[in-house]
Design a protein around this ligand. Structure first.
Ligand code: COS
Length: 388
């Protein structure tokens, strides 16, 4: 077991850190304040290869590992969690089409995504189907060589900004989880409009909103995989998404820790830096431990995905632990800064608002615990025991 990054991973980490600290960090607070999606940085990100992280090189991608992807999201989020989040969704969709699409579909969409010409989005949730995702009701009825789609999707990251949406729809009304299919629905298709864009606690530069379908005709050629395979496609994609959210939370927590540490060294109280007091030291020590533990869990889950092992359990553990840790760490960072932590001159209040979403997106942390418990009590319990 080697805990060091290899030369390529270290080079990519350095490159992404430089880009993120120069091009994202100085603007993150303004983008959030103005709720402005920085579309103009998609191209520069793509030029670095970051819009096709997992995609094969013959489709214009970088063919990087999940582990390298995790390192990338960590560095991006250390500068701006919102950018890491929307880019991870874009890459999840590019990877999903590359994995589950046929040759025509891959060539039609993936190279443009990798070049940053078009932006992707992923849509599973509905008003009454968030955690209970298999209960979704948006229908897709066959009509000749088209589907006619009706319904409203909720909580869609990149809503309105994206050019293509991988949408989970119900093709069999009585089929439960096996009655769901995945359609690629493109911006501008008649009958497809964007509904309400939410006003959120944080991540305001990254739009979250509704997709509205009213007799929207989608060619059957836009269906990914077979009919009824959509729920598996969604959950398999979310396994990777969960690792990325975990990685981004590590970056966010690291950013909060960096500010808190610097502040503790500089801020004077009772005649010495506040870092000289045990009350602050213990908080910083706990923050550092949690960051390291989160990072190791994220790297482990990513590596298991890279080696093709069954990784859902580890993705859930990494996502749940790292996002809970980021919530605690950003909250403590505000506490270390005291009054300064609560005002917008410092970034930690934004970090704390942003951390919250990690415990909710890509499956709430209650759902992650459910996934973990099911895996432990079910058929993988033996595998987990063996690994010890
Ligand atoms: N990868 C691939 N397939 C998976 C899978 C995974 N990680 N998890 C489950 N499946 C498959 C199951 O194998 C099952 O297939 P079969 O019917 O062939 O056996 C099918 O999907 C249904 O699984 P299950 O019975 O476990 O579904 P449940 O309705 O009980 O729900 C939870 C499972 C709750 C875990 C799931 O709905 C979930 O993760 N919810 C959260 C959704 C989410 O993350 N949303 C984020 C927002 S994205 S916009």
């Amino acid at each position: 077991m080697d805990f060091r990054l290899d030369d390529e991973q270290q080079d990519i980490k350095d490159l992404v850190r430089k880009f993120a600290q120069n091009e994202l960090a100085p603007h993150a607070a303004d983008w959030d304040e103005q709720a402005r999606f920085p579309r103009e940085i998609l191209k520069p990100l793509a030029e670095l290869g970051l819009a096709g992280i997992l995609v094969a090189e013959d489709l214009g991608g970088m063919s990087l590992s999940r582990l390298t992807g995790a390192i990338i999201y960590e560095e991006l989020a250390r500068a701006d969690l919102a950018t890491a989040t929307w880019l991870s969704v874009h890459n999840m969709v590019a990877g999903l089409i590359a994995r589950f699409g046929d040759d025509d579909q891959r060539r039609r969409w993936v190279p443009d995504m990798a070049r940053g010409e078009i932006l992707g989005a992923f849509s599973l949730s509905e008003a009454h189907a968030g955690s209970d995702a298999a209960n979704l009701r948006t229908t897709a009825r066959r009509d000749g060589d088209h589907y006619v789609v009706n319904g409203t999707k909720f909580w869609v990251t990149n809503a309105g900004q994206a050019d293509l949406y991988t949408v989970m729809v119900r093709t069999d009304p009585d089929g439960g989880a096996r009655g769901i299919s995945t359609l690629v629905i493109e911006k501008g298709m008649p009958g497809f409009s964007i509904g309400k864009i939410e006003r959120k606690m944080g991540l305001q530069s990254d739009p979250t909103g509704e997709l509205v379908f009213e007799d929207c005709r989608v060619p059957m050629a836009n269906r990914l995989g077979t009919e009824g395979e959509g729920f598996k496609i969604a959950l398999a994609s979310l396994d990777g998404g969960r690792v990325n959210i975990g990685a981004a939370s590590v970056g966010l927590a690291q950013a909060a820790f960096d500010v808190a540490t610097r502040y503790a060294q500089e801020r004077q109280a009772f005649g010495r830096p506040i870092g000289g007091f045990e009350g602050i030291q213990f908080m910083l020590a706990d923050m550092a431990m949690r960051i390291e533990a989160s990072r190791l869990l994220v790297y482990q889950a990513a590596q298991k995905m890279d080696t093709g092992e069954s990784a859902g359990l580890y993705a859930a553990m990494a996502k749940c632990f790292a996002t809970d840790a980021a919530m605690a760490i950003t909250t403590d960072a505000v506490q270390v800064l005291g009054g300064a932590g609560y005002v917008r001159d410092w970034p930690v209040e934004r970090y704390m608002r942003e951390a919250k979403v990690g415990q909710i997106v890509e499956g709430t942390n209650q759902i992650q615990r459910l996934v973990i418990a099911r895996a432990l009590l079910g058929e993988t319990a033996g595998a987990v025991a063996d690994a010890r």
